[in-house]
Ligand binder design. Structure first.
Ligand code: PMP
Length: 326
């Protein structure tokens, strides 16, 4: 385990062990703490699964040195896999629908990965189909499939959660995390619930996302600007287990936009929209624990700030709400 105080041999050794920082706009008696995942070398939480999954597949022999990982992804996952693949002698190919952020595609290419664009109108489903077709053509290629691969959640069970628990001497009352694949929340929740089955577990989504379908809510589907979390079809969220989740918080783009600005202006956090959502939800959970509305085994809430706002400056995250969403 690195303390970041000794010389490291590779960027992969700098994955994880991110700082856990108090969110000040939370009750004194029930603090919120956030893992700052932009401290990873690829600047997001997804470096964790990139390293963990590539190493695990190499160990299991489902992938061999010189082989290829092919993932349909538009975002941080590609960068995380590209960092790991580059250092572990594995080729990386990402299939990205054309409309997605050019910045992230540039970073993937800089890391040595190949990026293949599919037509925007074919959506993510088109990218997934193309990734599998490509894997069939190549020798020794795997599609890690973060949405259904248990190694995704396992990465957080093995790293993100134990780091937070160690920092707080095991006194974690609630875990709050926005769900894209759900890997972060599921891995952390499993770890927390093994230690104390009463840990309060809360999923977070932007308004317009349909995670509510898991809980029998008639979720109203809509567009949202917040990136990295939410779903439009829960059938794709195979890792998400609603039985582990006590509450689902749904936050509007407008509230998230305000919280991103507040986190930067008041607390010095240059974090992106999913962090804004997590911060608001975690602060609400802390107030619920403080007021006694929610029972939690400890008076502390842990959440995750998944990536940095710098990755989205060109999208106007710090401009007015109308400019951001326009
Ligand atoms: N925030 C951001 C910025 C992300 O890229 C992701 C991953 N899609 C998440 C949060 C959610 O993580 P997970 O897929 O583990 O639910």
């Amino acid at each position: 385990m690195t303390t970041h105080r000794e010389p490291l041999d590779s960027v992969l050794e700098a994955v994880g062990e991110t700082p856990l920082v108090r969110v000040h706009a939370s009750p004194e008696s029930v603090p919120v703490h956030a893992k700052l995942e932009s401290f990873n070398p690829g600047a997001s939480v997804k470096d964790r699964i990139g390293e963990y999954m590539v190493r695990a597949m190499l160990e299991a022999g489902t992938l061999n040195p010189g082989g290829t990982v092919i993932e349909p992804t538009a975002g941080n996952t590609g960068i995380g896999f590209a960092v790991a693949a580059g250092q572990l002698d594995v080729d990386a190919v990402f299939v990205v629908p054309e409309r997605f952020s050019v910045e992230k595609q540039q970073l993937m290419r800089a890391l040595g990965a190949e990026v293949i664009n599919t037509p925007s109108e074919d959506g993510m489903a088109g990218a997934i189909e193309r990734a599998h077709a490509l894997a069939e053509e190549l020798d020794d290629a795997v599609v890690p499939q973060q949405f259904e691969n248990p190694l995704n959640a396992e990465a957080h069970y093995e790293t993100t959660a134990p780091e937070a628990f160690e920092a707080l001497d095991g006194e974690v009352g609630a875990i709050v995390a926005g769900c894209g694949t759900g890997g972060t929340l599921m891995g952390m929740a499993e770890y927390a619930l093994e230690r104390n089955p009463d840990t309060h577990v809360v999923a977070v989504q932007p308004e317009g996302s349909t995670y509510g379908d898991f809980f029998g809510e008639d979720a109203e589907e809509g567009e949202y600007k917040t990136e990295g979390i939410g779903t439009h079809d829960v059938a794709t969220n195979e890792l998400f287990d609603p039985d582990l989740v006590d509450d689902l918080k749904t936050i509007s783009d407008e509230a998230i936009h305000g919280e991103m600005a507040r986190l930067a202006g008041e607390e010095g956090h240059l974090v992106a929209s999913s962090s804004g959502a997590n911060s608001l939800a975690a602060r609400e959970v802390a107030r619920e624990i403080e007021s006694g509305e929610v029972d939690a085994p400890h008076d502390a809430v842990v959440t995750v700030f998944a990536d940095s706002s710098e990755r989205y400056l060109s999208k106007g995250v710090y401009r007015s709400f109308e400019e951001w969403t326009g």
